[in-house]
Design a protein around this ligand. Structure first.
Ligand code: GDD
Ligand code: MN
Length: 445
């Protein structure tokens, strides 16, 4: 009896399990299906014709390893070319078509075109989306919150899969054929390859004198404020170039306005540089977005980079030392006048000289100690002192010149004039001394 009930129990349990399993099977399959979908959908996003690229948020940093490696699977991307657009609906099909033709010949399947549109009123992004089925290498990003050419390019690069990152205008003013020359430069080992209007085979088509002057003026301004950056290429204003991912990886970029190349030059670790000539074409469709705002932003950008490269610690020490010199100068002047009774000019000259020597010693032992340590010995130290002295003298002349100019010519209040002169001369003094007396070739510290 007991055995039969036990057997019956087992039988019932097996039966119920079977029934329940059968019942729940569809749910189980559904669950599994959902799981697979959840895993696969992100992997397939780029292949879905109607999906837009996700806009990265946060800092403008390029990852060292391409984020979308997973998405592209085994397909290795060499070049990611960003095409920034704002109201370029007439141009986008042509530029995409031409670039595809050119790149399919040399690196088929190993490139991607990334259109980054800032929510253009003419719906450029939609036009780009529509032609996507014809161009499997094309992807589109639509930015609704941020705006601006430079950040658009970086947002595109952030999701790029290539080892080489590039940019080209959408309006066909950058001849698409030049892309092959840029690529060739990169393959020859360049870290940065720039299409330039100012070397052989380069030029502008029909620019009027004003536009030429403005463009060159901007370049000269850049050379004054950031010689080491702007002076490295013949066309620092170019918006047509390629750069190796690794030279930008991990750097926080902070560009303003239009001139993304300045940012790349200023912050990237670029050793090997290539340039190819191109003629800046006339715009056939659409309008240029350059306005006065871009010139102001350019200046702001230059100054931000300048500040980022300025050796703040060293300059602060130099300032403190300079301040101490004022007190030494006055104290010695007082001593010479009151205790020895020396004449006014002699006391002033002597006390100024003691002040200069005081500044020199502190700068040598403290401000520039790392450099003076590597240039030991008294002869060298005396040489540095003489240079320092000479530079201080030129600074004095400079000081007088500025005060006079501001006060007599521009009618600036004399104390304000003096203040401006002191500030300018301090900067000059510091910079020239760093370059000549304590020669710092590497000023990144
Ligand atoms: N996403 C996005 N957002 N794209 C923009 C924006 C923006 O705010 N502003 C302009 N663009 C796109 C344009 O649609 C075009 O594809 C490209 O950036 C260049 O803009 P243009 O307005 O045509 O500039 P340009 O012809 O005056 O200046 C060009 O020449 C300079 C050399 O003098 C640009 O190529 C510069 O990059 C280049 O340095
Ligand atoms: Mn243009």
């Amino acid at each position: 009896m007991l055995l039969t009930t036990q057997l019956l129990g087992v039988f019932l349990r097996v039966l119920s399990n079977l029934v329940l399993n059968e019942l729940f099977q569809p749910f189980l399959i559904l669950k599994l299906f959902c799981l697979i979908n959840a895993l696969l959908i992100p992997l397939m996003t780029t292949n879905q014709p109607n999906l837009l690229l996700k806009v990265p948020i946060g800092l403008l940093q390029i990852p060292a390893i391409a984020k979308n490696k997973i998405k592209t699977g085994s397909r290795k991307i060499k070049l990611s070319l960003v095409i920034p657009t704002y109201n370029e609906r007439e141009n986008i099909p042509t530029i995409v078509h031409k670039l595809t033709q050119l790149l399919n010949d040399v690196i088929p399947n190993a490139y991607e075109l990334i259109v980054v549109d800032d929510n253009s009123p003419d719906l450029t992004w939609e036009v780009a989306q529509k032609i996507k089925p014809e161009y499997p290498q094309l992807q589109v990003m639509l930015r609704e919150k941020e705006r601006g050419l430079s950040t658009a390019v970086i947002r595109g690069w952030q999701i790029a899969g290539g080892e080489i990152l590039g940019v080209i205008d959408a309006d066909l003013q950058h001849p698409p054929e030049t892309i092959l020359k840029l690529l060739a430069e990169m393959e020859r080992g360049a870290d940065l390859a720039v299409a330039s209007r100012h070397i052989e085979e380069g030029g502008v088509s029909e620019w009027n004198i004003i536009r030429r002057l403005l463009s060159r003026g901007a370049q000269v301004l850049g050379l004054i404020i950031l010689p080491g950056v702007v002076g490295r290429v013949s066309d620092p204003m170019s918006g047509y170039f390629m750069v190796r991912r690794e030279v930008l990886a991990g750097k926080t970029l902070n560009p303003k306005g239009y001139k993304i190349l300045i940012e790349v030059l200023g912050r990237g670790n670029i050793r090997c540089l290539g340039e190819v000539g191109y003629v800046f074409q006339e715009r056939l469709e659409g309008k240029s977005k350059v306005a006065w705002k871009q010139y102001i932003e350019y200046l702001q950008h230059l100054l931000t980079l300048r500040l980022a490269k300025w050796p703040v610690g060293r300059f602060t020490r130099f300032g403190i030392v300079g301040f101490s010199g004022v007190f030494v100068d006055i104290a010695i002047f007082y001593l010479l006048r009151k205790t020895i009774g020396l004449g006014l000019t002699r006391s002033a000259v002597l006390s100024a000289e003691v002040g200069i020597i005081n500044n020199f010693l502190w700068n040598d032992l403290w401000t520039f100690r790392d450099i003076s340590r590597s240039q030991r010995g008294w002869p060298k130290r005396v040489k540095r002192l003489l240079k320092f002295n000479l530079i201080c003298l030129t600074a004095l002349i400079f000081n007088l010149l500025i005060v006079n100019l501001l006060f007599n010519l521009f009618g600036v209040n004399e104390y304000l004039a003096k203040l401006i002169a002191i500030a300018t001369v301090t900067l000059w003094n510091f910079w020239i001394n760093m370059k000549l007396s304590w020669r710092v070739t590497q000023v990144d510290k």
